[in-house]
Design a protein around this ligand. Structure first.
Ligand SMILES: NC(=O)c1ccc[n+]([C@@H]2O[C@H](COP(=O)([O-])OP(=O)(O)OC[C@H]3O[C@@H](n4cnc5c(N)ncnc54)[C@H](OP(=O)(O)O)[C@@H]3O)[C@@H](O)[C@H]2O)c1
Length: 334
């Protein structure tokens, strides 16, 4: 039976996620409904993507009994309230990254998912690309020996994007872009907590971080460093340096379709989208969607690849980095 998806919000990433879902077999994935704050926007979205039901509120989607999983694509200051709405309605949820504004909110969301016994995952889509799966396999079998250093970068000039700049919309490069570097580092170091973090950053006039450089020191003298920026276009690549070799992930490190291990490149092409996308390689969200389907079919409440503990680790590291660079959101004071 097909997994019946409900899409929450008619924004830019919801568009791309819906296109990605439709690149999967229709007997496995169906987009059953979309909800937006305005019925007009929901109807327009539904028409564009041939979705049978459109709702003018998220509550109506929460009440729809014929939905297996809700995808939440609202901006992150609204992730907490929206996640609670759907988990309390006993819906399985895939919520966009960052899961919330801080670790306190993340804990509240995860506790609600557990209490309501629903599947829940933060949409860290990078981890489900075939290239990422293969990288993890190579690392586990020691292809590059013991990893000693991980470096990654992610930056675009986003000063024209309201939600990247304005504090009340969750602006700041760490939560939007740095999270991809951080999740890459956490993935390579197998979820280990770093012993020490040092962060420096420069902020915009709005008080959110524009460019941040972070160094992390792990046990056994292993290191990681990343840079994120919403003011600069960076090389957006990553490297993993081990005692026996190097893995290089080229531009698009957050949605990798190729990588080079010890000089040998492997490519993993994506299917063509049926409509233009807002973001690079978004059809690659199909892999996280299939992970959700498989977990739900098995009755699992979380994914082993992007678990609740993984979300909490990311949020705790982000809290510490923001503490060091002095970025405070209103949610931190509640
Ligand atoms: N996985 C990825 O590659 C990726 C890429 C981009 C973004 N994201 C994440 O996805 C989320 C949405 O990003 P986006 O670029 O799609 O954002 P967006 O298009 O600006 O907004 C998404 C939706 O959020 C709701 N929203 C926007 N402004 C609001 C406000 N002031 N008050 C209440 N609700 C508001 C709207 O929902 P309605 O339609 O219901 O009005 C809007 O359609 C972010 O958390 C971002 O980090 C992920």
């Amino acid at each position: 039976m097909a997994t019946r998806w409900g899409i929450c919000s008619a924004g830019r990433i919801s568009h791309d996620f819906t296109v990605a879902l439709k690149s999967l077999p229709a007997e496995d994935h169906q987009v059953a409904a979309v909800a937006a704050r305005s019925l007009e926007n929901a109807k327009e979205f539904a028409q564009k993507h041939s979705i049978p039901r459109a709702y003018g509120s998220y509550e109506e989607l929460a009440r729809d009994p014929d939905i297996d999983v809700v995808y939440i694509g609202v901006i992150h200051p609204y992730h907490l309230s929206t996640c609670l709405l759907f988990t309390n309605a006993k819906k399985n949820v895939l919520c966009e990254k960052p899961l919330a504004m801080n670790s306190k909110e993340v804990q509240e969301i995860l506790a609600s998912a557990k209490r309501n016994d629903v599947f829940f995952m933060e949409a860290v889509w990078s981890r489900f690309f075939p290239a990422s799966v293969e990288m993890r396999r190579l690392l586990a079998q020691g292809e590059v020996g013991e990893v000693k250093l991980v470096r990654s970068e992610f930056g675009f000039q986003l000063s024209h994007v309201g939600r990247s700049v304005q504090k009340e919309l969750g602006g700041g490069s760490l939560l939007d872009l740095g999270i991809y570097c951080l999740q890459f580092i956490c993935m390579v170091y197998n979820r280990e907590k770093p012993e020490c973090i040092q962060a420096m950053g420069v902020c915009m006039e709005s008080g959110v971080d524009e460019t941040v450089v972070v160094t992390l020191k792990y046990s056994k003298n292993r290191m990681a460093v990343f840079t994120c920026s919403s003011g600069l276009k960076l090389p957006n690549d990553a490297i993993i340096v081990g005692t026996k070799g190097i893995i290089r992930v080229g531009y698009n490190m957050w949605c990798p379709t190729s990588f080079v291990v010890n000089g040998k490149e492997t490519q993993y092409p994506l299917p063509e989208p049926y409509l233009p996308l807002n973001f690079i390689n978004s059809t690659g969200m199909r892999y996280e969607a299939e992970e959700v389907r498989q977990c739900v079919l098995k009755g699992l409440k979380e994914s082993a690849v992007m678990s609740h503990a993984d979300s909490l680790l990311l949020a705790e590291l982000e809290d510490e980095i923001r503490r060091q660079i002095g970025v405070v959101y209103s949610q931190d004071c509640q």
